[in-house]
Design a protein around this ligand. Structure first.
Ligand code: ADP
Length: 498
């Protein structure tokens, strides 16, 4: 195995690029297999770090620790104590802001400007969930036999949560699971994505420093088919919170059947972004472009089906193409970089095969359409921001999730027909509407079958606003009060008063 290079935070104990332990029961321990896997810097193709490979046995150890903590000491923590821990963790994330941003950039490629922005959002989330810890309550229910019975509900933590996260925003994804779990009094076994385990592991260290008791957060890096599958199937896990592809989501649901654990799924999308001729076109060009190109198209809610009203179609898609061509693609550590690499060689192959497919299907690449190989880019996994014009609804590039910087631009005329076409996808995660006509915006917002509708903006997010899917984009919501409820059981209590 080649030796990993020094990471850019020399004083840290992982400065030699090895993350050879996993977090179980408050201790950093070796993986049972003794095996390691490599994490590659996608901007350079170089070995970044070696990471301990957790297996089924490690997942089992972690679940045992999580159960023990849930049944024991953690259950005695008062809501305000859980709140204090979450707030301390947020402070530590803030203190290590630059390091965590750089680590995400190195591990999965996103430009530093983006990973810094994600850090801000992650902080907001942690503090939001900290606030929720002291706001959990049931209801008094006025039943229809008031003289006979008094009834009320209690909300109780669901138990041990298996959190399986993707690589496209590792720290944010980890916090999106750990935050509500700790707020509600659950314990967690977190399985990061094999492409991007470093920030979640570092978060584990900060969690211990923040005073998270042993067993409350366990972090087991490893592969999906082994560690991930073991977590989804584990008979002593009460809930799986999964973010990833719809195909893996289906495996998780099947695996969960053994003990009928609760499952929440935040899956992929092929989101429609609709531009009307009456929109502020300058705003819409930038919004439509960055609604896909941000994070090199590696966001589940990217507005990849760009529907443009026919009379402005040619001009508008040209402007989006020009916008895409001007974006600075490069190593994410360069503060000038706007678009980083794709996360892995496998992802590069997948995206470039869709670029070939688009051309074969008869679409016209008016921007990008190729891998970028000039100079230093040749070592990494870079794809040019791409706009395909002349796309029709049934092309595969208009139906399948590419997860790369690829816009499929489609024209439309009639709004009713547009609704039908926008909804004719198996997904339903995000959607965008660009118009100055408020009635049209409301009408369409009601008709589009998707978990989020962004009007004159794209991918706005907030810890208090629910995010999640319709149809094959999954179920359950992240952010907002419903997210907290997803980690709680409701118990009804009846008192006979007659
Ligand atoms: P992507 O295609 O974006 O990598 P995946 O859905 O494959 O998305 O991966 C998301 C997460 O799911 C990762 O942590 C991965 O290791 C995990 N995973 C992959 N396969 C399985 C599986 N069969 N069971 C549980 N988790 C899995």
């Amino acid at each position: 195995m080649t030796k990993a290079k020094a990471l850019p935070f020399a004083r840290h104990k992982y400065a030699d690029g090895s993350f050879k332990k996993i977090l179980i029961d408050g201790k950093w321990v070796s993986a049972a297999s003794g095996k390691e896997f490599e994490s590659i810097n996608p901007a350079t193709g170089e070995l970044l770090a070696t990471v301990a490979e957790g297996s089924e046995e490690d997942i089992d150890r972690a679940v045992i620790a999580a159960r023990r903590a849930f049944d024991g000491p953690w259950s005695k923590f008062k809501p305000f104590e859980r709140q204090e821990i979450l707030l301390r963790l947020a402070d530590l994330v803030e203190r290590h802001f630059d390091e965590l941003s750089a680590l995400d950039t190195l591990d999965m490629g996103a430009p530093i400007s983006r990973t810094r922005g994600s850090r801000r959002r992650a902080l907001g989330m942690l503090r939001y969930y900290a606030g929720q810890a002291t706001s959990i309550h049931g209801e008094t229910i006025h039943n229809s036999q008031p003289g006979d019975f008094f009834s009320y509900t209690l909300k109780e933590p669901v138990g041990v949560v298996g959190a399986i996260i993707p690589w496209n925003g590792p720290l944010g994804a980890a916090i999106w699971k750990i935050g509500p779990a700790l707020a509600t009094g659950c314990t967690v076994v977190l399985k990061p994505a094999e492409e991007a385990s470093l920030t979640p592991l570092r978060l584990g260290e900060l969690a211990l420093e923040a005073g998270v008791p042993p067993g409350v957060i366990n972090i087991v890096p490893g592969f999906g088919e082994t560690a991930g599958a073991a977590l989804a199937a584990h008979p002593d896990v009460d809930k799986v919170a999964f973010t990833g592809s719809h195909v893996t989501g289906q495996s998780v649901v099947k695996a969960s059947a053994g003990n009928l654990k609760r499952v929440s799924l935040e899956l992929g999308g092929k989101s429609p972004d609709v531009v009307f001729a009456d929109a502020d076109l300058e705003l819409a060009v930038a919004g439509a472009a960055m609604g896909v190109f941000a994070n090199s198209g590696q966001t589940c809610s990217a507005g990849t089906r760009l529907f443009v009203e026919r009379r402005i179609y040619a001009e508008f898609v040209d402007r989006v193409a020009e916008f895409g061509k001007r974006l600075r693609v490069g190593n994410g550590l360069d503060p000038e970089t706007q678009i980083g690499p794709l996360v892995s060689e496998q992802q590069l192959d997948r995206v470039t095969s869709y670029l070939d497919l688009g051309r074969q299907e008869g679409a016209r690449a008016i921007a990008g359409g190729t891998r970028l190989k000039e100079g230093a880019l040749a070592q990494g996994y870079f794809v040019a921001p791409t706009v395909f014009a002349d796309v029709v609804d049934d092309m595969r590039i208009a139906q399948e999730e590419i997860f790369g910087p690829v816009i499929s631009a489609i024209s439309f005329e009639d709004i009713d027909e547009l609704v039908r076409r926008a909804n004719s996808t198996m997904f339903g995660l995000g959607s965008g509407i660009w118009t100055r006509d408020v009635s049209k915006a409301h009408r369409l917002a009601g008709a589009i079958r998707a978990g989020s509708v962004w009007v004159n903006c794209y991918q706005a997010m907030d810890p208090a606003v629910p995010f999640g899917g319709y149809k094959m984009s999954g179920y359950g919501r992240e952010s907002g009060l419903q997210h907290v409820d997803d980690y709680l059981n409701v118990k009804a209590v009846w008192i006979k008063t007659a």
